[in-house]
Design a binder for this molecule. Structure first.
Ligand SMILES: *Cc1c(COP(=O)(O)O)cnc(C)c1O
Length: 393
């Protein structure tokens, strides 16, 4: 049992540790055979032709935007309810993130709002599978085709999720899909990420970007091959390489992914059963044609019913060692974005959601007793509120 329950936490066992040690004792510790093996196993798991792994989800997003050809003057339509990295990767390339509002049911980007934001400068749509629930991929895909746009799906919450019986990452309805292996995500490599695609050109550009824009492949040289030492830097890339021992951890973790998600679902069911009849909260939804990977369990507080502020409830739960969080502050609220000229008020649904959302702990290592503890503390803070007591008096 956890004394302080964080909102997310990794699961590392002896098998994982054994695999990492094996690599540390070998002669390859940076990019070696485990990188290839991890890429192959991931590709097989999601059903995509190509996978390129990186040293973070953020690096993966940056690389995907580069591969898509995002550049100065371009616009990318994305959601404000995400981690800042989603918008930042567009800024890295000198382009402009354009925020489209979210839907009331899944808190995912609203396709109708995407349509309103398309201009002649739009290059990509960058939706996020928020909390592990896939976005309306088919509809977004249709909008992209109509307007000649690319889709980079930020699936950092959604490894193992399914959309219309396909694994997220198969790229049936996206050009590239991005994952993160940060410890709070479905599987971890410490830090790490991946891009999946079915497009060979994107794949080549992703590989180049990961290693300074350098190619050692003579077939791809622009200038004359001057000899066995020769390589070419053809683009301004980065060192976004992941280590072999991290990939060994990733391979070992991937074997447990189905079990991890199963356990997440059990916890979600316990929460749902406890909260669905409470009129003070709105529980998360799972649409009929998707399987969520349940990265986060977010409830929405009906603050008028409760008669307390979100902050009061949040602080009271933290005091009880329940590591609640808020996912997310709308990206354009941050001072950096405000300085760039984004106004508050541009996505009213997202802004209202932000006022009322609270994330409860959810990770496979939680015991049932942990879950029950959270349920009881939430009920105590939310259902037996000051207002109700006053009314009854
Ligand atoms: C975690 C996350 C990222 C960034 O991934 P890192 O591996 O932490 O760099 C990007 N987008 C979303 C939606 C995330 O949750």
């Amino acid at each position: 049992m956890f004394k302080y329950l964080p909102y997310g936490h990794q699961w590392i066992d002896d098998k994982d540790i054994e695999q990492v040690i094996k690599v540390l004792e070998s002669s390859w510790i940076t990019q070696g055979p485990k990188v290839d093996e991890f890429e192959r196993t991931l590709a097989e798991f999601v059903g995509a032709r190509y996978v390129v792994v990186f040293n973070s989800g953020t690096a993966s997003l940056h690389a995907a935007c580069f591969a898509a050809g995002v550049k100065k003057g371009d616009e990318a339509i994305t959601t404000p309810i995400s981690f800042v990295a989603t918008g930042n990767c567009v800024l890295y390339l000198g382009a402009k993130p354009v925020f489209a509002d979210i839907k009331e049911d899944t808190y995912n980007i609203n396709p109708e709002e995407i349509k309103k934001k398309v201009t002649s400068r739009t290059k990509v749509i960058l939706p996020v599978d928020f909390a592990g629930h896939p976005v309306d991929l088919k509809e977004i895909h249709r909008i992209a085709k109509e307007n000649n746009l690319l889709i980079i799906e930020d699936a950092c919450h959604a490894l193992g999720a399914e959309y219309k019986n396909e694994k997220i990452g198969s790229c049936k309805y996206s050009d590239m899909t991005v994952f993160s292996f940060h410890p709070v995500k479905q599987i971890t490599t410490g830090e790490g990420g991946a891009v999946t695609t079915n497009n060979k050109d994107f794949y080549d550009r992703l590989i180049l970007f990961r290693n300074h824009g350098i190619t050692k492949n003579p077939a791809r040289f622009i200038d004359k091959n001057e000899g066995p030492w020769y390589y070419e830097m053809q683009n301004l890339g980065f060192n976004y390489r992941i280590t072999d021992f991290q990939c060994a951890l990733g391979i070992s973790q991937l074997k447990k992914l189905d079990k991890f998600i199963e356990r997440r679902k059990e916890i979600v069911q316990m929460y749902n059963e406890a909260f669905e009849k409470m009129e003070e909260v709105i529980i998360p939804q799972e649409k009929p044609d998707v399987k969520s990977a349940w990265h986060l369990y977010v409830i929405r507080l009906k603050l008028d019913e409760i008669g307390k502020s979100r902050r009061e409830i949040f602080e009271a739960l933290r005091k009880e060692n329940i590591g609640v969080q808020v996912h997310y502050i709308p990206v354009y609220y941050h001072p950096y974005y405000q300085k760039l000229g984004y106004q508050k008020g541009i996505c009213p649904v997202a802004e209202k959601y932000y006022e009322e959302a609270i994330t409860l702990p959810l990770f496979p290592k939680m015991k049932n007793s942990d879950v029950i503890r959270v349920i009881n503390k939430v009920k105590k803070q939310v259902a037996y509120s000051r207002k109700k007591v006053f009314i009854r008096v």
